[in-house]
Design a protein around this ligand. Structure first.
Ligand code: PMP
Length: 311
């Protein structure tokens, strides 16, 4: 649960948590005309905190907004600074950060354009996003009966609130069926992503494969980080279409996302993944350790490039 205290940044000012309110006739609430981000702030090796890939997340927010004709009214640099200020104001050394921009209150009707855009940034503690996945066993996933939105239906390069009604249906279906998370296929039947994470498989030769963003998958920032870190460490990654049954016979499967970080998958549709009873595999564990080192400021190359200090 979110603790109802601290500050939220709203349209240029920090306000008390309880005062960050919007009208019930907000356009984004009725028609899903909002875009958002999720970032993480980590405590790093030098004792300070830093936000992982702050610039890239804020650029994606702006790009998502551009797809929906949204003028956020703040530059990327201003939004970056606002995120840093929000973390500081809440005195958190590690947290999840949620920027959101949405068409506000003004004129009802499907056309959002007459409404002013509001921008907010909130932070909270978010430790374990996907349950059931630990060192011992990976997460249990099922393929959803809901198809992921087709890029001809919704622009999937936008991290838009509207896309998450589709995600929510899939995740609820999975949880009600006793699984930890849902995998979604596109209308052509190819694997896209999980309800809020990208998906990777480890092939028999130890290389990685992940669906291309043209499949409808979000251009995840953790996804891109993992591909980069893997290649740097001699692990190739191919972006290609993956079929449902390829998941079942992959050596390893893992999910990536800001909230979930790197999550090993132990079971899909009641089939155990890999040859070790669904326990996290060698490549997944290696990438997880490399990623953890990067986000905690312990990597010589990527920490400096990807971490924005909060102080
Ligand atoms: N796909 C979806 C649908 C998501 O919501 C997310 C989380 N933002 C991801 C993938 C992973 O993206 P990222 O690594 O940028 O958090």
């Amino acid at each position: 649960m979110i603790e109802e205290k601290g500050k939220i940044w709203l349209n240029g000012a920090l306000v008390d948590h309880g005062d960050a309110k919007i009208h019930v006739l907000t356009h984004g609430l009725h028609y899903g005309t909002g875009v958002f981000e999720g970032m993480r702030c980590y405590r790093t090796a030098d004792g300070n905190s830093a936000i992982f890939r702050l610039q890239d997340h804020m650029q994606r927010l702006i790009d998502s907004g551009r797809i929906y004709f949204m003028d956020l009214g703040f530059s990327r640099q201003q939004l970056e600074q606002a995120a840093i200020e929000t973390v500081k104001a809440n005195g958190m050394d590690e947290c999840y950060i949620r920027p959101i921009a949405f068409y506000g209150y003004g004129k009802m009707g499907v056309n959002p354009m007459p409404n002013k855009v509001s921008v907010a940034i909130a932070v909270w503690k978010w430790d374990e996003y996907i349950k059931g996945s630990g060192e011992e066993k990976g997460a249990r996933l099922m393929v959803s009966s809901w198809a992921r939105l087709d890029p001809r239906t919704m622009p999937m390069h936008a991290k838009a609130t509207a896309n998450y009604a589709n995600s929510a249906l899939a995740r609820v279906e999975a949880i009600k069926a006793g699984f930890d998370e849902a995998i979604m296929l596109n209308p052509s039947g190819m694997v896209v992503e999980a309800s809020a994470e990208n998906i990777f498989i480890v092939e028999k030769d130890g290389s990685l494969a992940t669906p291309p963003t043209s499949s409808g998958a979000l251009a995840g920032i953790t996804r891109e980080s993992v591909i980069t870190i893997a290649r740097e460490n001699g692990i190739p990654c191919e972006e290609r279409n993956i079929s449902r049954d390829e998941l079942y016979v992959a050596d390893e499967v893992f999910l990536t996302g800001t909230a979930a970080e790197i999550k090993p998958v132990g079971e899909i549709d009641n089939r155990t993944i890999g040859r070790d009873g669904g326990r996290p595999g060698r490549v997944t564990k290696q990438l997880k350790a490399l990623f953890d080192a990067v986000v905690h400021g312990k990597d010589g190359k990527f920490s400096k490039k990807w971490l924005a200090p909060v102080s």
